[in-house]
Design a binder for this molecule. Structure first.
Ligand SMILES: Nc1ncnc2c1ncn2[C@@H]1O[C@H](COP(=O)(O)OP(=O)(O)OP(=O)(O)O)[C@@H](O)[C@H]1O
Length: 220
């Protein structure tokens, strides 16, 4: 049993008569204490895969297990419970509440996980380079700041499984190093991390790299 298991995932999208096979039988796992990097060209299915493994999207075939418990095709209430207990999630759609400032978004995430910790919050803001923007609201942040604030929220409750889509896409080299150190600390703490990334530096630090191509794992 792994922190996360994906079994033969399929996902199709239909627009008019056109069908896109975004995932075509993808199986993989992420163990506790492991960083796995998901890489592949634009359109290869990375974001679709991350949405399916978190239960935010339902695969058309196959299933996902979180610590051995099935997530796929279970009632929404069950999926929501598993997500809250097991995942920190940063997808490209973002994860910030617009009526809360950055600090309040982090605090809310910690409260939901019953882990309020102001000191940890300050450390997280510093590690994503946003200490000076703690009081800013999401509409007042740049694209890069929004992504970093979202990552801090995803990390806030020290989730057993971190799922992040392009967590270092819009950061400078120093911030990327700090974030990599953060992911490595998660590994040392026995937590699982799955990152979709175009960053070579980040992929090099992963324990395993999974390469997607046209909705399949490319073993070439
Ligand atoms: N909601 C949707 N409706 C229709 N097609 C979709 C939808 N979401 C994704 N697709 C298609 O599925 C395929 C996989 O997309 P996906 O976003 O998963 O790729 P990606 O590897 O994450 O790309 P990128 O690196 O650009 O984010 C693409 O062909 C995309 O156009």
């Amino acid at each position: 049993m792994h922190a996360l298991d994906a079994h033969e995932l399929y996902r199709f999208f239909h627009i008019g008569d056109d069908e896109t096979a975004a995932l075509r039988g993808v199986s993989f796992h992420v163990a506790a204490g492991e960083i796995v990097a998901l890489v592949g060209p634009s359109g290869s299915g990375k974001s679709t895969l991350l949405a399916c493994v978190t239960g935010l999207d339902e695969p058309d075939g196959g299933y996902v297990e979180v610590a051995g418990v099935r997530l796929t095709r279970r009632p929404e209430a069950h999926r929501t419970r598993v997500r809250a207990a097991s995942f920190g999630i940063l997808l490209q759609s973002g994860n910030l509440f617009g009526h809360l400032n950055v600090e309040q978004n982090l605090r809310l995430q910690m409260l939901l996980a019953k882990k309020p910790d102001d000191e940890r919050m300050a450390g997280l803001l510093e590690s994503v380079g946003l200490s000076h923007r703690a009081r800013a609201f999401p509409t007042e942040l740049s694209g890069g700041e929004t992504a970093r604030a979202g990552l801090a929220v995803a990390l806030a409750a020290d989730p057993p499984i971190l799922i992040a889509d392009e967590p270092t896409a819009e950061v400078d080299a120093d911030t990327e190093s700090r974030l990599i150190a953060h992911f490595e600390a998660r590994r040392d703490a026995g937590l699982a991390t799955l990152l979709a990334t175009h960053s070579r530096a980040l992929a090099q630090k992963a324990d395993r790299v999974i390469r997607l191509k046209d909705g399949r794992i490319d073993r070439g």
